[in-house]
Design a binder for this molecule. Structure first.
Ligand SMILES: [Zn+2]
Length: 213
């Protein structure tokens, strides 16, 4: 994040990333406790806005979602409501559904519940507007994107790419910060070597997905 601050790349709110050329928006999924412990002090120090995507049915619990494969990811605590309420205004809250299911596996009415009730509960409990959605696992479909369009102003997925004029507003790509560490830091996000590297990772990831049963 310090390398990003030094790079001069503008860090903007998620709704501005489509209009401010060459900008970056920071998003954090699931609402882990380590967001306030680790990320927030740095965000505040550097005055970066960010979006935290919250799983409304799991606040104050752990990331043991119904679709989670046991042992696939570490068991981590999630922020309780009172800490979400106390977040500074520079952190926008977004919806990450009620139970973090893969929405493609659910019936239409269950998807409605996952999107709308998540938004409604976050707004009611925190008094903050919720205008954006992150699909669990980045998984969406044309039907889901159209449903998202009825409840949200934009939605993000996990396609590993830069946002461009041609990006789908209801499936905005994102670059996992995991890929931008060490020498290839966040501050280098728009460099030619990062773009080439991310392109390779995108192909590998797509190949891995195809290879899954
Ligand atoms: Zn998630």
């Amino acid at each position: 994040m310090e390398s990003l601050a030094q790079s001069g790349v503008p860090v903007v709110g998620l709704d501005q990333v489509l209009s401010v050329r060459g900008s970056v928006a920071l998003t954090f999924d699931d609402g882990y406790r380590n967001f306030t412990d680790v990320a927030l002090p740095m965000l505040e120090k550097l005055q970066f806005p960010a979006t935290l995507f919250v799983v409304s049915g799991f606040c104050g619990r752990c990331n043991e979602w119904p679709d989670q494969l046991a042992g696939a990811v570490p068991r981590l605590p999630l922020l309780p409501w009172q800490e979400l309420v106390a977040l500074p205004p520079s952190v926008a809250l977004g919806a990450h559904t009620v139970t973090h299911r893969d929405l493609r596996k659910l019936a239409q009415e269950d998807c409605e519940h996952e999107l709308f009730d998540c938004r409604e509960e976050i707004e009611r409990r925190t008094g903050r507007p919720v205008r954006w959605l992150a699909y669990p696992y980045g998984a969406s479909s044309p039907q889901l994107r159209s449903l998202a369009g009825r409840h949200f102003e934009l939605a993000v997925g996990t396609t590993l790419a830069y946002v461009s004029n041609g990006s789908d507003r209801f499936d905005l790509p994102r670059i996992d910060a995991y890929y931008l560490r060490g020498e290839r830091s966040l501050g280098q996000i728009f460099s030619g070597s990062s773009a080439a590297y991310l392109g390779v990772r995108r192909v590998l990831r797509a190949a891995r997905k195809r290879a899954l049963p």
